[in-house]
Design a binder for this molecule. Structure first.
Ligand SMILES: [Zn+2]
Length: 96
């Protein structure tokens, strides 16, 4: 599979933990569902069979009052750089 789209995103600390360790914040019910829904590819904005993968980047975070790109949290707080990678559907033919 290959990456067909790459976006720079900013992640809140909850998203960083979730992406890095799979830990969902206990004090935010519905967090995992919200992230899954946000990055779902079945809404026809992305080609069928593709999927998003979020990765935590390197580098310093900083305070931001903007929405978190990962979970849509509107709470201000530290943001860390990350990337959203859209993987294309499995290629079914070998012709290139
Ligand atoms: Zn977040």
């Amino acid at each position: 599979m290959k990456i067909i789209l790459e976006r720079d995103i900013e992640l809140c600390v909850d998203c960083v933990h979730f992406i890095a360790n799979g830990d969902a914040p206990e004090d935010k019910p519905g967090f995992v569902e919200r992230v899954r829904t946000l990055w779902d590819t079945s809404d026809a904005n992305e080609p069928p069979g593709s999927h998003w993968e979020l990765v935590v980047g390197s580098g310093e975070g900083g305070f931001s009052s903007h929405m978190c790109d990962g979970c849509n949290s509107s709470l201000g707080g530290d943001r860390y750089p990350g990337k959203a990678l859209l993987y294309g559907p499995e290629e079914t033919n070998a012709s290139k």
